[in-house]
Design a protein around this ligand. Structure first.
Ligand code: GLV
Length: 326
C-alpha cells in the first residue's frame, strides 16, 4: 500500500501527478485555507504533507498525528513549523532553499526601485487622469546609483541582492548573525559588516532578508525607524513580524522615513488597513519568489524531499537531521 499524503494547498497539476506515482494523494485544488481543526482532520492517518507557510504545524497539532513522518514546506522560511516539536516527535521537516535565491533577489530590486522612484504612486496618479503637464518637481524620489545599501540578513538571498548592487555603483553595508568570510564579502560587492545601529544610521536604502523567529520579531520598530535617515527607504521581503507594522505606519505618515516597499505583513493576508491610506508605500502580496520557473522549482524541490523522506532516503533539505533513520 502506498503511503498517504496531503498536499495542503493548490499546486501545479504535474506535481500531483508526480507524487501520485509514489503516494496515495489527497490534494486541495480548490485551495481552501484549512482551519486548525480541518487541517487536523485532513492530516489524520497521513504519513506526509506538502504544505506552505499558511499551514501552522504546531506542537498541539503534531501531538495528535502519530502517523505523520514528514513535512515538506514549500518555502525557504519555515517559521510556520514548530521544528523542535517535529524533532521531538520524530517528524522530518524540509524547506526549499537555494532554488529561489536569484528570483527573490530580483524582486528585492523591483521593490526597491519602485519604492525609491515612486513607480506605483505615480502610476496610480496617471491612471486617475491627473497628468496634464510635466513638472520639474513631480514625484521626486531618491537615487539608487551611488547610494549606500544596507542589508539586514546576509544569507544566500541577501548576498544575491548585494551582488546586483555592483551595477548601480553602490556601497554595501550589512548586518547578520555572523560575519561572512572575506571571500563572500568581496563577492557581495565588498559588503562591509556593521552593527544594526550603524547600518540604520548610514544606509540610504535598507533591505530586510532575515528569517523570522522570536529573536527577530520587530527587528525594526519605532526606535529603529527613528535611527534611519528621513530620506531613506525600507524594503521587507522576509516575513511579516520582522517589522512592527503599526510603528512603520506612524513613521511613514510622519515622514520619519521617505518610503517603504513591503511584500510581507503582520497577519497577512489581513494586513493593517492603514497601509492603504499612505502614498509612500509600495504593497505587494508576498510574491518575491513568484516567477513561473522558480515556483515550479520550489514545488519540485518540496516533492523531492517528500519522496526521499518517505522512501527511507535522506531528504536533500532536511531541517532536523537528528530524526533521520535509514
Ligand atoms: C517565501 O516567503 C519563502 O519563505 O519561501
Amino acid at each position: 500500500m502506498k503511503p498517504a499524503i496531503l498536499i495542503a494547498r493548490a499546486i501545479f497539476p504535474e506535481i500531483i501527478e508526480r507524487l501520485s506515482g509514489y503516494f496515495d494523494v489527497e490534494s486541495n485544488q480548490e485551495d481552501i485555507i484549512f482551519t486548525a481543526p480541518e487541517l487536523l482532520a485532513k492530516l489524520k492517518g497521513k504519513q506526509g504533507v506538502l504544505c506552505t507557510a499558511s499551514a501552522r504545524l504546531n506542537a498541539e497539532l503534531l501531538a495528535q498525528l502519530p502517523a505523520l513522518k514528514m513535512v515538506a514546506n514549500m518555502a525557504v522560511g519555515y517559521d510556520n513549523l514548530d521544528l523542535p516539536a517535529c524533532t521531538a516527535r520524530g517528524v522530518m521537516a524540509s524547506n526549499t532553499p537555494d532554488v529561489l535565491n536569484e528570483t527573490t533577489a530580483d524582486f528585492a530590486w523591483a521593490l526597491l526601485m519602485a519604492t525609491a522612484r515612486r513607480v506605483t504612486e505615480s502610476e496610480h496618479w496617471l491612471r486617475a487622469g491627473k497628468w496634464n503637464k510635466w513638472s520639474y518637481d513631480a514625484f521626486l524620489g531618491a537615487d539608487i546609483h551611488g547610494a549606500t545599501l544596507g542589508i539586514i540578513g546576509m544569507g544566500r538571498i541577501g548576498q544575491a541582492v548585494a551582488r546586483r548592487s555592483m551595477g548601480f555603483d553602490m556601497r554595501v553595508v550589512y548586518h547578520n548573525r555572523s560575519r561572512l568570510t572575506d571571500q563572500q564579502e568581496s563577492y557581495a560587492n565588498n559588503a562591509v559588516y556593521v552593527s544594526k545601529e550603524e547600518l540604520l544610521k548610514t544606509a540610504d536604502h535598507v533591505i530586510l532578508v532575515l528569517p523570522y523567529s522570536t529573536e527577530t520579531h520587530h527587528t525594526i520598530g519605532a526606535a529603529e525607524l527613528l535611527m534611519m535617515k528621513p530620506s531613506a527607504t525600507l524594503v521587507n521581503l522576509a516575513r511579516g513580524g520582522i517589522v512592527d507594522d503599526v510603528a512603520l505606519i506612524a513613521a511613514l505618515r510622519q515622514q520619519k522615513i521617505a518610503a517603504a516597499g513591503l511584500d510581507v505583513f503582520e497577519n497577512e493576508p489581513k494586513f493593517h488597513p492603514d497601509f492603504l491610506t499612505l502614498k509612500n508605500v509600495v504593497l505587494t502580496p508576498h510574491i518575491a519568489s513568484a516567477s513561473e520557473a522558480t515556483r515550479r522549482a520550489m514545488a519540485n524541490c518540496a516533492a523531492d524531499n517528500l519522496i526521499a523522506g518517505l522512501s527511507h532516503q535522506r531528504p536533500p533539505n532536511l531541517l532536523n537531521p537528528a530524526v533521520f533513520v535509514n
